[in-house]
Design a protein around this ligand. Sequence first.
Ligand code: G6Q
Length: 554
Amino acid sequence: MNLKQQVNMSFPNTNPTSTESWKKLKKLADNPSTLQKYFAGNPSRAKSYSISWEQFFVDYSKNHIDKEILDSLLKLAKETGLEDARAAYLGGKPINQTEGRSVLHTALRAAPESTIQVDGDNVVPEIYKVRNKIRSFSKSVIDGTRKSASGKPFTDIVNVGIGGSDLGPVMITEALAYYKNHLNVHFISNVDGDHVMEVLKRVNPETTLFVVVSKTFTTQETLSNAMTSKKWLVKAMGEQAVATHFVAVSTNLPAIKAFGIQPENVFPMNDWVGGRFSLWSAVGLSIALAVGPDHFEELLYGANQMDLHFASTPLAENIPVILALLTVWYTSFLGAQSEAVIPYTQYLHRLPAYLQQGIMESNGKSVDRNGAPVTYETGNIVWGEPGTNSQHAFFQLMHQGTKLIPAHFIGFKNPLHGNADHHDKLMANFFAQTEALMNGKNEAQVREELIKIGMRGEVLEKLVPFKIFTGNKPTTTLLIDKLTPKTLGALVAMYEHKIFVEGVVWNIYSYDQWGVELGKQLASVILNEFEGTQKAIHDFSTEQLLAHYKKDAS
Ligand code: G6Q
């Protein structure tokens, strides 16, 4: 079956520019208004453009939309077949057609009584088998009944993995640090030998458990780091310790066996889970070890709640749908190149990095589902840092720079440590920033302020232009009751579905990542050159750099 036939089989394939709504949106984009005017003309705007769901309150009223724009965006979703696409995605159809796979991270958090078929088999019982294995294994490590080769309880966990086998577990364990137990959890990802050595420097071989996470078990970085860790362990404790101190999460059983990991220490995963969506699978073993299996399962439960919301809520009140359509509007019609994610909690400091992979690897595509170049802008750049730190860094550009940067502000009503004084300060900043970004400060206000502090004449005149804020900068506020495993699960799932919706509207394949291959291929050619097994021809710049590297290497 060729690609086009597969496309026709189960997934909508509509060039969005051919729809009525796209043409209308193009026209609407030519007549921009301002956020200030939108609010002035509609007293119930805040209420109309907000969604309350479970522990989430999403206010998207500070965005460049009005009823006509929003209706057209919703129509665009319908015209590009979002509802059929959603059914295909959640129903396990092979929507990752360039790799011939289903995309079923949602199955990993489905209720035990659900039925989700892949190739005619219900995958839910197997998912629960693995989940139970994660539960009993992590419980035994946490309570110390599972012992190291020298009979001691484990104190440290080292997760060895990269990309999807690293970013999710790191982000979640950091986000749930409040819920953590006594185990110290470390992450080795980069093939940079200094990374692995810095981690090994901090742990004791006698009480360290390595969790090697690699869906393929062929990834250069992970295999190198796992091998270095193994040698380090063997040097301290002997070969026989490997069986007790190494476990693996993978689909590649022969490679794991060859590495020396015992079959009972293998946590399987399936090819219908993409790496960057895999934290809900056994890839989340380090999370279960860090916060315990109950919290891990609450995380999955929260994600499932968001799945149900996404699956059954009308598009106009559907949080991931609305957020995705706003991104499409800014990216494809208003010329935004990036969007910022600013969590107002230090716990979520790795969320932007995690989302960078999820969003940019999924929707950083320029070829549509027919293999033709797209004629519109797709996946944007995602970046961010926690507030308030980021206010003292890049917010200058957001307030007074030349770029259009729609931003998500994520805040929590309740702090975890109950420090109300700090939390009020934090949240005062949270609310003030979106207000300032929208309203800005006009010339009259600047003058008045300067006069109040006694400034007059030429000095005042010279300063005025620099102190004006045009405002009109769009933001979406996500106010969540409390950072818990459940709300975190829902938040991450919300972004996963947002990615999906954008991909459907843009008519691109969100679940492959061919763009990461070329660099890998060339790295292996250069490595062969370093090892003297191959001589390749490079461009002049690369030749020059390689010559310098060899000369300077010490
Ligand atoms: C994610 C990508 C990628 C992958 C890593 C690690 O969607 O596929 O980031 O997770 O390349 O792959 P392995 O888990 O196979 O080592």
